[in-house]
Write a protein that binds this ligand. Structure first.
Ligand code: GAL
Length: 703
């Protein structure tokens, strides 16, 4: 029998889990209610009335309606126009723009303009400004320069949000609300006095007394120990001679992510007090920036993402891939954002050539349309193009819009919008509310379990310059798309039971409770795939005082003996069946216990012959552990294929770059590869858009 204290603890944990689950379930339902399914995916575009001469507004909004846009987006950078002087709010100009949109049949997403405080505010209160890692105070002249931790900034933001909320509280022309804009400091962390004070408060809240912090962080190492929370600085490698304490870094990343989530939550709560229940509140995030954690934003109705694929950073596939981006870019954003609150949208999508990239190529003709269809395939409830008009002045002068520099002529990608908007509208007549997800496709629903703690911690202690957490995760994710699996990227607060297969890549930080949940999941018939680095540490970033990764030993049916890393010029080899695979990023070497099957073994280095990939049957399910991290992802893909085969789950084998997804009764195919692909569309199907031969940067839709 459990001792009373333990029982209470377990009961408490169960209750918390139940409440978390209930609140998530409620959120998911309520988020969906904002978007009638039959509307499919409305398409809109950004417009900045404050950036254009007044006499253009009527012409521009009329043009927007002619292009076919359903909605527009106002005000995220307009604070200086909304509150030109402290306490004096001016909504006359914005009212006029909202009315013009309305007259043209266009709904409005209204924003809070917290990323661009007016200069009077910063001059009066320079303490609102954030300080970067070099100790430089950010200044007025761009955006996102304020500290989310500053109580003064928060006070001014609250007043501005309250004013705008009161003004548009019951205005039915407003469809929904966006808070801030890409809240982040674009990769910079805040080390201002306000952030230091807030971090200390956060730590005190978490650890209560300083001795607990000392013990948890292990501050005896290098005599870091503190006697008071006020002595703890935000860890900043730029002001330290050698590496910072890793637990301090992890907590600082958690704190920074909590800080921006709280800042959005603060704005949400003000707005919600005033606005109509049918109006939703979201913010727009860059999906894979490590500074902000989208999965924390369960305090909003839902979160949306922003996406720019052609800016010189994403090579894509094949010689023209740089003009299309990677097939996993939009796909992963869909699958990460949708499960957070049960729904999502694309708040910004690249309109064509941009100005801020490494090099700003022209996107491939057709690809803007393809991206929109890809967003549709992934379940998005709307897509908003960034931006309607190419600006003639300001920091994004050379950034395309739907309308070119003459102010009236649609750009090449503008033409693509005109086409896709017509297609999307005509698709509505084929919408069938009773359509059910095809059985084979539904049977391979897969979860990728994600916790940013693992990313933050592993990328801080990579052990090799070849380790990158997101690259590792994307090898599995990319393989899943090639096997044509529907995927949800989920966090631990979700129910595992509905997923026949779950992959938890490089899940370094865990606790006994998670191992127990995984064990139950597998015993009940789930198929769990774990990869290298999993289970090395506890949630506080401490290595277990046991054998290496021992907490998962029973689950995987093996002992993880050690890991090895190679120079990037040397290849390790692994044999699975008749094929040999290459690795040099990371390799966990495992020793299976009797009964655990070895699927692949290392075939060179001094540990040749020892296990690399193992498979353990447990209850009604299986656990597969993959030791190596390869560059090309082929071993990872072959392993996943074997997992589905063993489980009797049918999978497809799509060429790299081709994505086929099902949504609301429609199959959608998009092609990011360099070659045409003959889509296996059954003869009985009705092709609604495109044809069976799916060309690069093209689309096919059928039902
Ligand atoms: C986004 C940003 C927009 C605009 C755009 C330009 O990241 O949210 O405000 O700057 O980039 O491509």
């Amino acid at each position: 029998m459990l001792p009373l204290k333990t029982f209470r603890h377990v009961a408490g944990v169960c209750l918390c889990l139940l409440l978390a689950w209930l609140s998530n379930a409620a959120n998911a339902q309520s988020a969906d209610k904002f978007f009638p399914k039959a509307d499919l995916m409305p398409i809109g575009s950004y417009y900045y009335p404050e950036q254009w001469p007044h006499e253009y507004w009527a012409r521009d909004l009329k043009k927007m309606a002619e292009v076919g846009f359903d909605f527009t987006h106002f005000g995220e950078f307009a604070w200086a126009f909304i509150e030109p002087e402290e306490g004096h709010f001016d909504f006359k100009w914005l009212d006029e723009a909202v009315e013009l949109a309305h007259q043209n049949g266009i709904k409005v997403i209204m924003c809070t303009s917290s990323p661009t405080p007016p200069v009077w505010l910063e001059q009066k209160h320079p303490e609102v400004l954030m300080v970067n890692e070099l100790g430089v105070t950010m200044q007025h002249g761009s955006r996102q320069q304020c500290s989310w931790s500053s109580p003064v900034y928060r006070e001014y933001v609250s007043k501005m949000v309250e004013a705008i909320a009161r003004h548009y509280a019951t205005d039915k022309r407003i469809w929904g609300w966006q808070l801030d804009n890409e809240p982040s400091h674009y990769g910079q962390y805040d080390y201002s006095p306000a952030a230091q004070a807030s971090f200390q408060k956060w730590l005190k809240n978490k650890y209560h007394d300083i001795e607990t912090l000392n013990k948890t962080w292990g501050t005896a190492f290098w005599s870091i120990r503190y006697s008071d929370f006020s002595q703890v600085r935000c860890p900043n490698n730029k002001e330290l001679i050698a590496q910072a304490n890793p637990a301090a870094i992890l907590d600082f990343k958690r704190f920074s992510a909590d800080e921006v989530t709280g800042f959005m939550g603060m704005q949400y709560d003000i707005l919600r007090k005033y606005i109509l229940p049918e109006q939703w509140i979201t913010t727009n995030l860059m999906p894979t920036h490590d500074q902000v954690d989208p999965t924390r934003f369960t305090n909003l109705d839902f979160v949306t993402y922003t996406k720019y694929l052609v800016a010189g950073y994403d090579k894509g596939l094949g010689p023209q891939g740089f003009r299309m981006g990677s097939p996993t870019s939009i796909a992963f954003s869909n699958d990460l954002f949708r499960p957070i609150n049960g729904t999502t949208g694309v708040m910004e999508l690249q309109p064509g050539q941009v100005n801020w990239g490494k090099f700003n190529s022209q996107p491939m003709p057709g690809v803007v349309r393809m991206w929109i269809w890809h967003a549709f395939a992934g379940g998005n409830k709307f897509v908003c193009n960034y931006r309607f008009k190419q600006p003639l002045t300001g920091g994004e002068q050379y950034h395309y819009g739907i309308i070119g520099t003459d102010g009236v002529t649609p750009s090449r990608s503008g033409q693509e919008y005109i086409k896709v908007i017509k297609e999307m509208k005509s698709l509505k007549k084929d919408y069938d509310p009773n359509a059910k997800m095809p059985k084979d496709y539904a049977s391979r629903l897969t979860a990728v379990l994600y916790n940013p703690d693992n990313r933050w911690e592993e990328d801080n202690q990579p052990q090799t310059n070849q380790w990158n957490f997101m690259d590792h995760l994307m090898r599995y994710y990319g393989a899943l798309k090639e096997l044509n699996c529907p995927v949800d990227v989920i966090t631990e607060n979700k129910d595992f039971g509905k997923y026949p297969v779950m992959i938890a890549p490089a899940y370094e930080l865990l606790d006994a409770k998670l191992v127990e949940r995984w064990t139950q999941y597998v015993e009940n018939g789930g198929h769990l795939v774990l990869s290298c680095r999993t289970g090395q540490k506890d949630r506080n970033d401490k290595l277990w005082e046991m054998h290496y990764s021992e907490p998962i030993s029973k689950l995987i049916g093996a002992k993880v003996s050690f890991y090895d890393l190679l120079p990037d010029t040397v290849w390790g080899t692994v044999k699975m069946g008749l094929k040999t695979y290459k690795w040099n990023n990371w390799a966990d070497v495992v020793d299976p216990v009797p009964g655990t099957e070895t699927w692949a073994s290392y075939s060179n280095q001094y540990y040749a012959g020892r296990a690399a990939v193992i498979n353990h049957k447990l209850g009604k399910g299986t656990v597969t552990f993959v030791g190596p991290d390869t560059d090309d992802g082929e071993l990872e893909k072959a392993t996943l294929k074997k997992v589905y085969e063993q489980a009797g789950i049918p999978v497809a084998n799509l060429p790299k770059g081709v994505i086929l997804e099902w949504r609301d009764g429609f199959w959608v195919g998009v092609n990011y590869s360099a070659k045409p692909y003959l889509v296996p569309i059954p003869a009985t199907a009705k092709i609604l858009i495109g044809s069976k031969i799916l060309n690069p940067a093209d689309v096919v839709v059928w039902k």
